[in-house]
Design a binder for this molecule. Sequence first.
Ligand code: ATP
Ligand code: MG
Length: 293
Amino acid sequence: MVAVTETNILELKKLFSGKVRDVYEVDEGKLLIVATDRISAFDVVFNEGIPGKGEILTRISNKWFSMVKYPHHILSTEPDKELEFIKKYPELITRSVLVKRLKRVDVECVSRGYLFGSAYKDYEKTGTVCGIKLPPGLKLAEKLSEPIFTPAKKAELGMHDENIDFETVVKIVGDRTIAERMRDITLDVYKWAHDLLVEKGIILADTKLEFGLDEDGNLYIIDELLTPDSSRFWDASTYIPGESPVNFDKQFVRDYVESINWDKKPPAPPLPRDVIEKTVERYKAIERIILSL
Ligand SMILES: Nc1ncnc2c1ncn2[C@@H]1O[C@H](COP(=O)(O)OP(=O)(O)OP(=O)(O)O)[C@@H](O)[C@H]1O
Ligand SMILES: [Mg+2]
């Protein structure tokens, strides 16, 4: 299987390419979002794709969107029913969704039940994460007494997202009630998915949500939901606080680039074949579990 790292739908206007998704305009109120096989780590996109990853992400997100109780952007998961010409691009149908076009809120809404990644780094330096003071002596990957909301400001392409405190979210959003609702939905979705996955032997360590607003100020979950690109999934049976957990997400790629001491600035280093293959396996494994929910 070849990786789809670029798309070009001639019949539609491409609005932008994110790190993973290509976004096309269908009409004023509707977008076609195509998940490619691109992969990024530390906000830099690699040259190599992960074959089939975009389809896996699409199926996982669609499953969660069909289950979640909050409003979301999905209009149709069968774009070929609405856009006849997409049949010319068979490799794209199964990785595309039609969504409501919304005004994106430039905040990554993260909920964490465990201390890892940038949150652990911040905690080591300051004892706090996004302005939240945590008890001393917590280990890497340790479970927090309560899930916390650790937002980040969405960076421009090529820049790193920056952890911010809740008051900064209020300023960015410009409306405290909406900011509180984003926080509450993020924490609630995290707890809900965490509890579902624990039954399957998976720890959902953290997850990132994005939100959009319609013209009337209604809030929707946008982008992707509870995928291995936006979340950390750990194997519960081998989890030990203080150790880097066995995972079903991008951590394998992150660990590889840390191991070669890459400075995390473009250009990205080449990804070896076995890193690509192991990442595909992990994404497939978590897909099987999520689709069985
Ligand atoms: N319904 C929507 N309306 C408007 N914009 C959307 C909608 N859904 C997703 N988007 C935006 O489309 C883009 C999708 O691209 P992609 O997921 O590759 O984003 P990215 O920001 O580069 O990466 P990441 O999500 O990993 O931070 C994002 O900028 C996302 O915020
Ligand atoms: Mg995204």
